[in-house]
Design a protein around this ligand. Structure first.
Ligand code: NAP
Length: 245
């Protein structure tokens, strides 16, 4: 959509990067958050320059409320407002619950849940003022179905679903939609730690018989940001090849 700005957290790699490219191709101004992958963001900026849309790299750890506030302010100052927020930054943790420390748990929730809360809180006043906006939270199929050995991650992604539904009710009267995408298995760095055999098992369990690509998820994000999705709010869109139905 022309003349709109999207802020994507975790845009340096994987799903966030694919979303940034697709939104740029569709004429959006791009505010691209990352935590540490400065070189990847520089390369993304180079690729996006081909689309001729403004690009603003924003370094911030989304688990830090002040950093998120400053990031949102900078993006709003530069572009005059945020039309679409994609809460995509996320981290995972594999291990038994009894091996999960309180520190692990808080780190997962700090990024996956608190990060979305801080970013939504920072952009909402502008969206409410303009009586428009889209917030898209990236959950996971494990937030829907639960994963053994990923209890903290699953719980954080389930929390995002509750966050989405409640905020959709609260922000709806201001013509702001809030939705969630629950991706299935997607080939990104996040799954690099998975053994090839585990990945193959997940592929076999997927009715469509394929592992998803970051672009599969990016297209769903773009749809939820579009005008055509204006009557959809508070929903969880499962983009997963059918692995969880
Ligand atoms: P990824 O390739 O590991 O990329 C993660 C992105 O998040 C990176 O850009 C990273 O930035 C950023 N990030 C991590 N911690 C951050 C922090 N504290 N502050 C700001 N940015 C931070 O992951 P992905 O697979 O694309 O995952 C994207 C989202 O989809 C996550 O929320 C994930 O839980 C969800 N998801 C993924 C899958 C899957 O199979 N891949 C499935 C379901 C859901 P840096 O590069 O700077 O570290």
């Amino acid at each position: 959509m022309k003349n709109q700005t999207v802020l994507i957290t975790g845009a340096s790699r994987g799903i966030g990067r694919a979303a940034a490219l697709l939104f740029a191709e569709n004429g959006y101004r791009i505010a691209a958050n990352y935590r540490q992958s400065a070189e990847e963001i520089r390369r993304l900026e180079e690729e996006i320059s081909a689309f001729g849309v403004p690009f603003l790299p924003l370094q911030a750890d989304v688990s830090d409320p002040e950093a998120v506030e400053q990031m949102a302010e900078k993006a709003q100052r530069q572009f005059g407002g945020i039309d679409v927020l994609v809460n995509n930054a996320g981290i995972s943790l594999i291990g038994l619950l009894q091996d999960t420390t309180a520190e692990d748990w808080n780190r997962i929730f700090g990024v996956n849940v608190n990060g979305a809360f801080y970013a939504a809180k920072a952009v909402l006043p502008g969206m409410i003022r303009r009586q428009m906006g889209r917030i898209i939270n990236i959950s996971s199929m494990w937030g829907v179905a639960g994963a053994s050995c990923e209890v903290a991650y699953s719980a954080s992604k389930a929390a995002l679903i509750g966050f989405t539904k409640a905020l959709a009710k609260e922000a709806g009267p201001s013509h702001i939609t809030v939705n969630c995408i629950a991706p299935g298995v997607v080939m990104t760095d996040m799954n690099r730690e998975l053994a090839a055999s585990a990945l193959e098992e997940l592929r076999e369990e997927t009715p469509l018989g394929v592992i998803g690509t970051p672009e599969d998820i990016a297209r769903a994000i773009l749809f939820l940001a579009s005008e055509e999705a204006g009557f959809i709010t508070g929903q969880v869109l499962n983009v997963n090849g059918g692995i969880v139905i």
